[in-house]
Design a protein around this ligand. Structure first.
Ligand SMILES: *Cc1c(COP(=O)(O)O)cnc(C)c1O
Length: 377
């Protein structure tokens, strides 16, 4: 059987975890957390980066930093994971869903302006499959209407737009290190900040509303409760796992890119004969091979394709059910404008197995099975 995902392991994780244990510091914000923060900060040229317990929590932290309140509106695509909306509706805001572009599956930058009202506080672009949204246009709108831009870059580490790393373009960026992402710590994430004052505030909220980070740096002589906060810092054990992966970041990247390219080349003939559609990467985007998807003709064909692949021992999956059609989406949000592509395009999409270390012979099995499905027609 070819699994859909295998969590990344490079082999050194256990050594670093043992080292963290030996250092007698396994709670948050120890040496490994700081090394990971620094690695991301340098890589992305951010003012500050903090590991968090998940991307969902990084986004919650972002919502608190932007003072999102009841009655506010936050613009996002409906074609995304639930966390994008959860973080804001938890604070009482309304999710305003805007249609996607069929080529990248990202929010359509040209439809955002029509969805903005006096209640709008933020735009949340989601970089689907590690392919950037049209950020110049989004940043321009945000500055025109004084809105925050919070990038859901859960899938976007090591990918860029016009040379800038995803997650470091907006006011705030959020990464995920869940086991399904390119780099992992089991469960975890990071918040990326452009602004030093916001970084200081983020440190406080992340540490239960205390100024403990300043205390540890020796900037104050005792720490105290200074704001309403929570606990968003991951354990050193998880950070040690992630550190092992960062040391092999390029190897993981190259390995995924090779698999992605192999799918693209092998399935091109099916795309040429108009049986399927392949992913599209705009010229100014460098992606990170986070996922490889194809689009079938419609929902009915996709259902048969996934069932056929399963019979052949290949686990392929679909996502997302558009949020505006889900019970919570109807309660906490609304689609603004026409749903021209969100529903129809989401019903066509199938994700093929792609993970670090996917063996070539397994990938050939996937490719052969997809080709055979269309040959039978
Ligand atoms: C994975 C993912 C998340 C959530 O990440 P967690 O670290 O599991 O909280 C949020 N948004 C998108 C687009 C994702 O792919």
């Amino acid at each position: 059987m070819v699994n859909f995902n295998v969590p990344p392991t490079v082999g050194d994780e256990l050594d670093f975890i043992k080292d963290a244990i030996a250092s007698k510091k396994i709670c948050g914000d120890g040496r490994y957390t700081h090394m990971c923060n620094d690695w991301i900060r340098k890589k992305t040229d951010s003012a500050g980066v903090l590991l968090t317990t998940s991307c969902t929590h990084a986004t919650e932290l972002a919502a608190i930093l932007c003072d999102i309140k009841a009655g506010d509106e936050v613009i996002m695509p409906s074609y995304t994971f639930v966390s994008t909306a959860d973080a804001f509706v938890l604070r009482g805001a309304r999710a305003v869903f805007v249609d996607i572009r069929p080529d990248t599956m990202n929010i359509d930058e040209n439809l955002i302006e029509a969805a903005i009202t006096e209640k709008t506080k933020a735009i949340v672009p989601v970089h689907y499959a590690g392919v950037s949204c049209e950020m110049d246009k989004i940043m321009e709108l945000a500055s025109k209407y004084h809105l925050y831009v919070i990038e859901d870059a859960a899938q976007g580490i090591m990918a860029s737009y016009k040379g800038r790393q995803l997650g470091a373009i907006g006011d705030i960026g959020c990464y995920s290190f869940h086991e399904t992402k390119n780099y992992s710590m089991g469960e975890g994430g990071a918040i990326l900040l452009k602004d030093g004052a916001m970084l200081e505030q983020a440190e406080i909220i992340r540490e239960k509303g205390t100024n403990r980070s300043k205390f540890f740096r020796g900037q104050i002589d005792k720490y105290t409760w200074v704001a309403a906060g929570s606990s968003y810092l991951p354990s050193e054990l998880n950070a040690a796992y992630l550190w092992a992966q960062f040391l092999k970041a390029d190897e993981i990247y190259e390995n995924r890119m090779t698999s992605w390219q192999r799918y693209y080349e092998a399935l091109n003939e099916l795309a040429d004969s108009a049986y399927i559609e392949l992913p599209y990467i705009p010229e100014m985007c460098v992606h990170n091979a986070h996922m490889f998807y194809i689009k079938a003709k419609n929902l009915e064909e996709r259902t048969r394709l996934i069932a056929y692949l399963k019979e052949r021992g290949v686990m392929a999956v679909f996502h997302y059910i558009p949020l505006h059609t889900a019970p919570a989406g109807q309660k906490y949000g609304e689609f603004r404008g026409e749903d021209k592509y969100t529903t129809t395009e989401s019903e066509r999409l199938v994700r093929l197995p792609l993970y670090y270390g996917l063996r070539e012979q397994d990938q050939e099995r996937v490719i052969d099975a997809v080709k055979d499905f269309y040959k039978k027609k």
